[in-house]
Design a binder for this molecule. Structure first.
Ligand SMILES: NC(=O)c1ccc[n+]([C@@H]2O[C@H](COP(=O)([O-])OP(=O)(O)OC[C@H]3O[C@@H](n4cnc5c(N)ncnc54)[C@H](O)[C@@H]3O)[C@@H](O)[C@H]2O)c1
Length: 204
């Protein structure tokens, strides 16, 4: 199987979890990706990720703080974009345009215009754009899907996801409280929008 050298872009909380997941994937023996580089505009975060990769994989990756240098490296064939949702298109559009594949964390982006820019950047087929939407792969959600598909609960015609909250605790990171970053409704709501479609089919 062809190996795909990748760069992790965005080395915060979820970026770290992606590193752990790449290690788990490697242990299965079916991985075809090599995490050869990391990039974060905050150097301490990219250095932390590099140390983690060295600890888990026994080799130190290239460390970048400038996306242009990632794009310019012909050895990097794909980027794993784990920055906050408002910046996904700023990273993935130049990557896709330069022919590098992009796995982009949910939300694909926080505006329809930016999502369309991402899809357009991959339209010529030279590079693959994928969204790291993980909820539909969770075992409980796959079980519900199997139950629905088997008709065990009849023919559902509506599903609603309702969330409420209201403490003054910070939800994971400060940007999840900022409207211009999509806020928590977009950050978590996109999972449920996808799950409803997964269970019941395309939206009308
Ligand atoms: N699928 C899931 O279950 C799940 C769970 C948590 C987070 N996420 C997603 O992961 C992404 C990151 O979330 P997080 O909690 O790790 O946020 P975070 O703030 O902890 O990390 C984001 C990192 O990106 C860096 N960054 C920002 N802009 C950048 C740029 N232009 N170039 C390079 N680096 C940049 C920041 O410095 C930071 O280190 C979000 O899209 C979030 O929705 C998904």
């Amino acid at each position: 199987m062809e190996r795909v050298p990748i760069c992790l872009v965005g080395c915060g909380r979820m970026g770290h979890r992606h590193i752990l997941a790449y290690r788990t994937l490697e242990d299965t023996g079916i991985s075809n990706v090599d995490l050869i580089a990391v990039c974060d505009i905050r150097e301490e975060n990219s250095q932390f990720a590099a140390r983690e990769i060295e600890r888990l994989f026994g080799r130190r990756p290239l460390v970048y703080t400038d996306l242009d240098l990632v794009i310019a490296n012909p050895d990097i064939l794909a980027v794993d974009v784990v920055t906050d949702g408002s910046t996904h298109h700023q990273v993935a559009v130049p990557a896709l345009t330069s022919g590098k594949h992009a796995l982009v964390e949910k939300s694909l982006s926080i505006t329809i215009r930016a999502c369309r820019a991402l899809i357009d950047a991959a339209a010529d087929g030279r590079a693959i754009l994928a969204t790291a939407e993980n909820y539909r792969r969770d075992p409980p959600n796959r079980l519900v899907k199997a139950i629905l598909d088997a008709g065990l609960v009849g023919d559902p015609f509506m599903m609603m996801q309702v969330s409420g909250g209201g403490t003054d605790e910070m939800a994971i990171t400060p940007w999840r409280h900022l409207k211009e970053k999509g806020a928590i409704g977009m950050d978590t709501g996109v999972h449920y929008a996808d799950i409803i479609q997964f269970y019941l089919g395309e939206y009308d």
